[in-house]
Design a protein around this ligand. Structure first.
Ligand code: ATP
Ligand code: MG
Length: 565
């Protein structure tokens, strides 16, 4: 389902979560405090969906004078890596949020969780099951049919304790035994049908080494970790709604007073023409369908950053889509709209020519150079002006010239006049064509020296204005143009689940012979510009190219703005 195109305002969109929180605070629940957390599993890089959760977790805490923890839910040593932890921290800081000294790990609680599990065993609320996982899962039944009890369900407490202990000593193979909570095999909620809470894993953990041979399942660690940290509001995505009764059951067994974290679910962020599953994003990286987690086509935060997205534009987008209880796919053009609005205000305008065509101004004195002064950003005078050199030979875009133009082509063609922005009006007097290939190789013009912009110019007006770069001053550059990574709006939502077949073969186009104005020689990685008439560009940090590399963030045309007119 696609959400309708009306942007939602923040006050409306967050009201259901905010009003729950507001009421709890007003009622003096948790002594009038709010404490949230952002709980990533360190098994991949953060994507823009996570940004939605981050903005809510940190945003609500900030707005209501509370705190937000960063907690890594690191319960699966097989899939986790320190690289992911570092990148997650970097990305949260980049978005502009801070967890202060509250950096926690579910693995900090492995001891407590183990003791809690042992306590459940002692109370007859957990048992060791010797059956393989697929058999256990087949005995779970279906939502309309009750499950079947495991033959080990009524194992004696002492035997359970002994086995659990030995599981942790490494006496048994991975997969040979699990610990299950004894909840209710007849519950209509499948998650309550004696869920597995501990499994044997013999790979070392990135923080606890080989201290443990048994690891808690995510469902057994998550809610309890919230409880141990004194979290008041556990904000999470809708798929956890059905897990909530189980989390509540665990807390019921654990808690000693009235306090319990309150879980509130909201819809995940999905975007058109991309995928948001960490597993699939990892596949794209491993199979080299993209150039890494930070490939500018990826929906990861590091990919978006490299593409030229600003934290403000991402937060603005998250504001616009809001938080609801309805799963939807958000239109990526709304995200593009948000970054365009932001970059429009922030970036200096510059000249860059992607596909250069040389124009020789025959009557312009050879060797003469004029410094043309241009406004950096018409939206913001404080950004000042810059000087761009003009000379007898300039580059324009190939598609700004046509030998036989159609009607209403207000650019350059034989006999036609255009203004070179900030400089003079030129008239096309001829051109050189490669007879074999048909390519136009040079264009010959004359200029009228009374038409200099900003001078005591004649009031002569022409319809077309072109960007240009002086040939002798131009800096060679590489430009990377990006299109959508997938050609299908919902590549991961299709029946056979092979999202790969929807990959867009033309999602990256590399232009190596570009010419940009000399002021860009000193541009630094991640600096952003508007190339006039072409879009917003961001300097890449790839050191494999000897020339400066610019990634196009977005084109100038705003389809979203049009839709909403
Ligand atoms: P996986 O895809 O590996 O199951 P995940 O996407 O749920 O993982 P986590 O690291 O568990 O990733 O996510 C951390 C937090 O971010 C969770 O609270 C989760 O609800 C939230 N989150 C993840 N994806 C999205 C999304 N697309 N939109 C909003 N919130 C999300
Ligand atoms: Mg998850």
């Amino acid at each position: 389902m696609k959400e309708n195109n009306e942007p939602v305002t923040r006050s409306e969109s967050q009201s259901f979560i905010e009003s729950f929180i507001g009421k709890d605070l007003k009622d003096g629940k948790n002594r009038g405090k709010i404490h949230t957390r952002f709980p990533p599993e360190p098994n991949g890089y953060l994507h823009i969906g996570h940004a939605k959760a981050i903005c809510l977790d940190f945003g609500m805490a900030k707005k209501y004078g509370g705190k937000c923890n960063l907690r890594f839910d690191d319960t699966n040593p097989v899939k986790e890596e320190v690289e992911y932890i570092d990148s997650i921290k970097e990305d949260i800081h980049w978005l502009g949020f801070d967890w202060e000294e509250r950096e926690f790990y579910a693995s900090d609680y492995f001891g407590k969780l183990y003791n809690f599990a042992a306590d459940l065993i002692k109370r007859g609320l957990a048992y060791v099951d010797d059956q393989p996982a697929d058999l256990i899962s087949s005995q779970k039944g279906t939502p309309s049919q009750p499950g079947t009890d495991s033959p080990y369900r009524n194992r004696q407490v002492n035997e359970n304790l002994d086995l659990f202990n030995r599981m942790n000593k490494g006496e048994f193979d991975e997969g040979s035994r699990v610990l299950r909570a004894k909840v209710d095999m007849n519950s209509p909620n499948m998650h309550m049908r004696d869920p597995i809470i501990y499994r044997i894993i013999k790979s070392p953990h990135h923080r606890t080494g080989s201290t443990w041979m048994v690891y808690p399942m995510y469902d057994f660690a998550h809610g309890q970790s919230d409880y141990f940290e004194g979290i008041t509001h556990s904000l999470c995505t809708l798929e956890f709604e059905v897990h909530r009764p189980l989390y509540d059951w665990f807390i019921d067994q654990l808690k000693s007073d009235d306090y319990r974290p309150r879980q509130i679910e909201f819809n995940r962020l999905n975007l058109t023409y991309t995928i948001m599953s960490k597993r699939k994003l990892l596949e794209l990286v491993q199979e080299e369908k993209v150039r890494g987690w930070d490939d500018p086509r990826m929906p990861t935060l590091c990919g978006l950053r490299r593409r030229g997205y600003t934290p403000e534009s991402i937060k603005r987008f998250v504001d616009l889509i809001g938080y609801t209880k309805v799963e939807a796919i958000n239109d990526v053009s709304l995200l593009e709209h948000a970054v365009r609005e932001d970059l429009n205000m922030k970036t200096p305008r510059v000249f860059g020519v992607l596909n250069p065509l040389k124009v020789i101004i025959k009557n312009y004195p050879e060797g003469q150079v004029e410094n043309v002064e241009l406004i950096n950003n018409p939206e913001d005078e404080s950004m000042g002006k810059r000087v761009v050199p003009f000379s007898r030979e300039v580059y324009i875009e190939q598609d700004d010239f046509m030998e036989t133009p159609p009607n209403k082509f207000f650019r350059l063609a034989p006999g036609m006049e255009v203004r070179l922005k900030g400089a003079y009006i030129i008239k096309c007097e001829g051109f050189k064509k490669n007879e074999k290939t048909g390519a136009i190789e040079e264009v010959y013009c004359t200029y009228d020296q009374n038409t200099r912009s900003g001078g005591n110019a004649s009031d002569k007006k022409v319809k077309g204005t072109l960007h240009w770069v002086s040939a002798q001053h131009a800096v060679d550059a590489e430009v990377r143009l990006y299109d959508r990574l997938f050609i299908h709006e919902d590549p991961a939502g299709q029946k056979d689940d092979d999202y790969r077949k929807f990959l867009n073969p033309d999602s990256l186009k590399i232009l190596k012979g570009c010419k940009v104005e000399p002021s860009l020689r000193s541009a630094r990685p991640l600096e952003k510009f508007q190339f006039q008439r072409l879009g917003y560009f961001c300097v890449d940090y790839d050191s494999t190219s000897s020339k400066p590399v610019f990634n196009r963030t977005v084109q100038l045309k705003d389809t979203w703005a049009k839709v909403n007119k």
